[in-house]
Design a protein around this ligand. Structure first.
Ligand SMILES: CC(C)(COP(=O)(O)OP(=O)(O)OC[C@H]1O[C@@H](n2cnc3c(N)ncnc32)[C@H](O)[C@@H]1OP(=O)(O)O)[C@@H](O)C(=O)NCCC(=O)NCCS
Length: 187
């Protein structure tokens, strides 16, 4: 089980649960076609964002497998919500999880996604105690793949035309890290 001691601070970011006040900032991310380009959903209208936000607010703890912890990421300097992250507990028996991250394009290219995703790995390994954590992305999503490489995750699979997304076949990359690999990273 994981109920993080929110808010969690990294050097430039705060990770916390979503609240109803996040609607505008979350919608500013979810409405953009460039954000959803390699995701399995289309840009959201405001009502859809509102419904998604309700789900995220409810996902504030990982009480069991097959559940998702939704994590809002804000900049410490401005307090603005810039990222929408998650940890999914894939299997209790096999001690596996998955991380995911979506950031507003205005805040790309500054290492914020990498900084937040590193905290997702820390939570997964050190607090939930998982053995193995994966991250998946469309093979064309170079920025996402690069975040996972930068974190030290290993690209274990390139699945060719494994998904039919937005009218075309897409390849998928699967990255992974084990707890012992996380623990061996010099800090
Ligand atoms: C995936 C996504 C979060 C990656 O964002 P990003 O801005 O490329 O990643 P980061 O925030 O870690 O920034 C990395 C960049 O900042 C640079 N950078 C600057 N300061 C840095 C720092 N302190 N630490 C790490 N990188 C830093 C890096 O060199 C890198 O630049 P580069 O792309 O020119 O090599 C973003 O593209 C996104 O939200 N996409 C839409 C949603 C999506 O596809 N999500 C993934 C689903 S699988």
């Amino acid at each position: 089980m994981l109920k993080p001691d929110f808010p969690l601070r990294t050097s430039r970011l705060t990770l916390r649960a979503f609240t109803h006040d996040d609607l505008d900032d979350l919608h500013a991310i979810h409405r953009l076609p460039e954000v959803t380009r390699y995701l399995h959903w289309e840009p959201h209208d405001r009502e859809r964002t509102r419904a998604v936000l309700e789900e995220k607010i409810a996902c504030n703890a990982l009480l069991d497998e097959n559940r998702t912890l939704a994590i809002a990421v804000e900049r410490n300097d401005t307090g603005q919500l810039i990222g929408d992250c998650m940890i999914r507990w894939l299997s209790r028996e096999h001690s596996r999880g998955e991380i995911g991250f979506v950031f507003h394009p205005e805040h790309h290219g500054k290492g914020f996604a990498t900084e937040a995703a590193r905290e997702l790995l820390r939570l997964s390994f050190e607090e939930l105690g998982l053995h193995r954590v994966i991250g998946r992305c469309d093979a064309r999503n170079a920025a996402s793949a690069e975040v996972m490489r930068r974190l030290g995750m290993r690209c274990e699979a390139h699945l060719v035309e494994s998904e039919y997304v937005k009218g075309e076949w897409a390849d998928e990359l699967i990255f992974a890290m084990l707890r012992r690999e996380w623990e061996s990273i010099p800090r």
